[in-house]
Each structure stands twice: as structure tokens, then as C-alpha cells.
Design a protein around this ligand. Structure first.
Ligand code: SF4
Length: 552
């Protein structure tokens, strides 16, 4: 019988039974029924299966024949996104239906794991661009090549050509293990103690396209490098080189980084892993994500939310007990440089040859340029080329006496090995030109910004990073730039809504303690219209030059 307290005030609401916490859709806790449309699509049919339908049906019957769940869902597992229809302004991005925003062409992402390209691969990438992609071939900030204007009819032939040289689009997008970031100088850098390439290759050959990992709660990003030359803290899992005083060179493991909603930097697990064990530890972390990751809400489905809720101690314990069946060795923290290394310019390799790092503007290159690059790389080096996670590229294996002729020749095709600070440090995401989520234009704005700053502040002598993003999704890492720009509509002249950016100042990755590691400050009132962006950055730069201290 219920007892009512006589002391209770009459206006006190009746005590409610404690609410049961809502499930997060974690498979390991028994939640196997999809809780949203994305989970339903993945459960109904493994997204990797869509390839057969593309090859046997859609490529023959054309765009109109594509099942909407394949088109806007499963196609991503093969690197395919529908492209934004030209002429739709950013103000309509949030109000139009997906089919109203897209045209019948695709963006196609080619994964270049570790950023490594052979001469044969580069030539095939260039030929596809010119033949099927209207000469587009952007270098992304995850070392991918991104085509636009792809027709579904051409996709099987593009796959055939890519796969003939060992490239693929498998799981280049989608809720699965994306391209593995790697050091662009893996295997050649003087300072590298262990080349992590075998671990990258093993992970890709064992697990990419493997249905054990093709249904993750969301995308899964990986970085594996000896040097601090990738944005490792922005990845779901990262392996970073460290020399253990007793066990020698191996890798320090970080988990739970990601920058879109609720940005978080990855945290150290405090373990040391030898090269041979990297793939197993990687698979254990992905397994935790698949089984314990949150699947109820898309914006809470990245690994970082689980890491934030569990803490690294519990994460390590579950990894060891449930996934590896053994204890991992404790490890020391790696040494971090004062700035991330971008490899631009001429540098010595450990075999005495050199590599030359060059900058396009905001990662924009064409197939024609890549074909010219292939000829230069063959004439000056061994033909090996690497892409960087800063939208730049390297030519490897150049004899010392050939470096200056290569620098000149690269300049002749629009790739600058001695760029201004502006060109060197500016990145831009895809933006409104092709991206359905975009609110503002980014690539062209980035090009204009670099040109204007080169004209007005040519001799600016500090390292500076400027990252332009077309929306809050932060694909070009808004929060970790010196000047991070998040696309949004702002109030322009006459009170009209116009394209603009919210500004984040002072972020950085790969920094030693005491430097500016962490996120830029998002100051509430700090916004600029896109048209005023060059003046805005110029003012910031001039103020910095006038007030910086010695050695800053
Ligand atoms: Fe598209 Fe936004 Fe990502 Fe830019 S940041 S590529 S606009 S989703």
C-alpha cells in the first residue's frame, strides 16, 4: 500500500519512478534493432553489396534507376556521393529535400592509404580525371583523390582501371574504416626509426571490404605514422612513433579524436605497441566501436563519445580483456614538435636522395596537372609521389643535382615548392561547388584569399594555417587552425543574409606541451562576410606582425 507523506506540500509534483536510461543502440548490450533510418539501411543489406547492383543494373539503366536507399546510403561505401546541383545557394541547403539538392553526377573518392602513389597509379588517376571527371582531381586533407562529375555508367570502367594498378574506392566513404592516414615520408625520412607502411598495408588488405567491419556506427578514421606529420589527434585511432627505453621503437596509441559536432582531441591509451601488433590492436579498437559504439543518434555515433563516457582506463581494459585477450605494455609519451611537419620544400632522404614537397592552392589540381606531374616525377626521381593530409604532394627519390630543376618544373605546372606562407598554410574543404551540406563556397574563396594575401603581404614570414570549411562539419578541420573558418550565413550590407564565416582563432595540432595544442577559440561575435575575408585576414596578420614578441 502506498504511503503518502503528510509533510508533502500540496503543490509538490508526485514523485516519478526513475526513468530508465534510453539505450544508445549498442550491439554489445543487446540493441540489435535499428533505431534510425541509417541503421535500418545497413541492416537491411550490407552496403558493400551495392557494388554488384551498380555493375549489373545501375550502370546500364542509368541514374533514374537507382534505388534511393542505395543512392544516398549504400553508394557511399564505394566512395560515391551525389553531387550538389549547381546554382543552389547556401540558404536553401537546410530546407530542400536531398533529391532537390543533387544532380545526376557523383563525387567519387579514391582512397590512397598512406598517401602513396606509384607512377603507374598516378597516370591512371590522371587519365580517369581527364576522361570521366571533367579534369577534376582534388587532393583532400585525408590524402584521398576526389573526382567530380562522375556518371554511374562509367563507374565499373573506373573501378577496373583503378584496381588494375592496386587502387580502390572501397569504403572511401560510409560508416566503415576510411582511408588510413600515413606519413608522406614513410620509409624515406631520415628521422624515422620504424616505417609503419607494413601495418598500413596489412590493415587495408585484411580489413577494408571485410563485412566484419562494414557496419560501424559511423565513419572510422585512422592515422599511422612515425613522425608527427598527420593530424593524428583528429582520428578515431592513431598510432604515433615512440622509442621505448626498454623495448625499442614502437607506437603510442591514441583513441577518440574527431572534430565535427562536439570536437574532441584523441587521448593517449598509455600503451606501447610494436609494429607487428598494430593491425591487431587496430582491429580491437574497431571491434569496440562496432559493438559498443552508440547507434541511436548519428551525432553521437563517433567513437569519441564512447571514449568520453568510458574514460581511457576502461577503454584500455575492455580492449585488453575482450578483444586482445592479453595485457598491453605501458609506454612513454612521444616527443611532439613545436609545429606539425608539412614537408614542403627540398629535404634529404635517408638514402642520400631528396624529396620535394610542393603546394597546389587549397588542394585543387587537375588530371592534366597530375599527368604532367607524373612525367616530372619520372624524369627527376623514381616516379614515386605522395599526398599529404594538408592537401599537398611530394616527389620522392630525386638526386641532389636534380632538385632545383624539379622545383622549377613544378612551378611551371602550378605546383610551388617554395610557396608563400599563405599558400602553404591554407586548406579548403569541397564547399558549395559540389557538397550538398555546404552553406558557402570554399575552394574559390580560398584561391582568392591566397592570391590577395600574396599580393598584399608577400613576405609574411610566420607559419600560419587557415582552414576554410563550407559548413559546421569541419571536414577541413576548422577548430585546429590558427585561423579556422566555419561557413555560415551572416548579416551583410543592408541587413541581407550573405555567405560568411565564423572565425576560430589559435587552434593547433601536433604541438608540444606549452605550445598552442588544442582548439581555436570561437568568439561569439567573430564573424566575417565571405567578401570581406581577405581584408579580415590581412588585418589580423598585420596586427600580429605589429604586436608579436621576439622569437614568436
Ligand atoms: Fe561539405 Fe561541410 Fe564537409 Fe565542407 S565541411 S566538405 S561543406 S560537409
Amino acid at each position: 500500500m502506498a504511503v503518502t507523506s503528510t509533510s508533502a506540500r500540496p503543490d509538490t509534483p508526485p514523485a516519478r519512478a526513475p526513468r530508465r536510461p534510453r539505450g544508445e543502440g549498442q550491439w554489445a548490450l543487446g540493441h540489435r534493432e535499428p533505431l534510425n533510418a541509417n541503421e535500418r539501411i545497413k541492416k537491411d543489406d550490407d552496403p558493400l553489396n551495392v557494388r554488384a547492383r551498380i555493375e549489373t543494373i545501375y550502370a546500364h539503366r542509368g541514374f533514374a534507376s537507382i534505388d534511393p536507399q542505395d543512392l544516398r546510403g549504400r553508394f557511399r561505401w564505394w566512395g560515391l556521393y551525389t553531387q550538389r546541383k549547381a546554382g543552389i545557394d547556401g540558404g536553401r541547403t537546410a530546407v530542400l529535400e536531398p533529391h532537390e539538392l543533387e544532380d545526376e553526377f557523383f563525387m567519387l573518392r579514391v582512397r590512397v592509404d598512406g598517401g602513396e602513389l606509384t607512377l603507374a597509379q598516378l597516370r591512371v588517376v590522371a587519365d580517369i580525371s581527364r576522361e570521366f571527371a571533367r579534369d577534376t582531381a582534388d587532393i583532400t586533407d585525408r590524402q584521398n583523390i576526389q573526382y567530380h562529375w562522375i556518371r554511374v555508367e562509367d563507374v565499373p570502367e573506373i573501378w577496373r582501371r583503378l584496381e588494375s594498378v592496386g587502387l580502390q574506392t572501397t569504403e572511401a566513404c560510409g560508416d566503415c574504416p576510411r582511408v588510413v592516414l600515413g606519413s608522406p615520408v614513410a620509409g624515406v625520412a631520415e628521422a624515422e626509426l620504424v616505417d609503419p607502411t607494413p601495418a598500413v598495408d596489412e590493415i587495408v588488405s585484411r580489413y577494408v571490404g571485410d563485412k566484419r567491419f562494414s557496419n560501424l556506427p559511423r565513419k572510422f578514421k585512422t592515422s599511422i605514422s612515425w613522425l608527427v606529420d598527420t593530424p593524428y589527434e583528429a582520428n578515431d585511432v592513431a598510432f604515433l612513433g615512440v622509442d621505448h627505453p626498454e623495448h625499442g621503437p614502437g607506437f603510442d596509441v591514441w583513441v577518440g579524436g574527431g572534430l565535427a559536432t562536439n570536437p574532441m582531441l584523441a587521448k593517449r591509451l598509455g600503451v606501447w605497441v610494436p609494429l607487428a601488433e598494430v593491425p591487431d590492436v587496430w582491429a580491437g579498437v574497431v571491434g569496440i566501436f562496432r559493438d559498443y559504439g552508440y547507434r541511436r543518434l548519428r551525432n553521437r555515433a563517433r567513437l569519441k563519445f564512447l571514449v568520453a563516457d568510458w574514460g581511457v582506463e576502461k577503454f584500455r581494459e575492455v580492449l585488453e580483456k575482450e578483444y586482445l585477450g592479453r595485457t598491453l605494455l605501458d609506454g612513454p609519451a612521444p616527443e611532439l614538435p613545436s609545429r606539425p611537419v608539412d614537408h614542403i620544400g627540398v629535404h634529404r632522404q635517408r638514402d642520400g636522395r631528396h624529396y620535394v614537397g610542393a603546394a597546389p592552392v587549397v588542394g585543387r589540381v587537375s588530371g592534366t596537372q597530375l599527368a604532367q606531374l607524373a612525367d616530372l616525377a619520372e624524369a627527376h626521381g623514381s616516379g614515386r609521389v605522395r599526398l599529404t593530409p594538408y592537401q599537398k604532394l611530394l616527389v620522392l627519390d630525386v638526386l641532389p643535382e636534380r632538385t632545383e630543376s624539379l622545383v622549377d618544373a613544378l612551378r611551371g605546372i602550378g605546383l610551388e615548392a617554395r610557396p608563400s606562407a599563405w599558400r602553404r598554410g591554407t586548406m579548403a574543404c569541397t564547399g558549395i561547388e559540389f557538397c550538398k551540406l555546404a552553406i558557402v563556397e570554399t575552394k574559390r574563396r580560398g584561391e582568392e584569399l591566397v592570391a590577395r594575401l600574396e599580393e598584399r603581404l608577400r613576405d609574411f614570414d610566420a607559419d600560419i594555417s587557415i582552414h576554410l570549411n563550407g559548413c559546421p562539419n569541419a571536414c577541413a578541420r576548422t577548430q585546429v587552425a590558427d585561423i579556422g573558418l566555419k561557413g555560415q550565413l551572416v548579416v551583410g550590407p543592408g541587413g541581407r543574409q550573405v555567405e560568411g564565416f565564423q572565425v576560430h582563432l589559435g587552434g593547433g595540432l601536433g604541438m608540444a606541451e606549452g605550445q598552442t595544442a588544442g582548439f581555436g577559440r570561437k568568439l561569439r561575435g567573430l564573424k566575417t562576410t565571405a567578401d570581406e575575408l581577405p581584408e579580415y585576414v590581412e588585418r589580423l596578420a598585420r596586427r600580429y606582425l605589429a604586436s608579436r614578441t621576439d622569437g614568436e
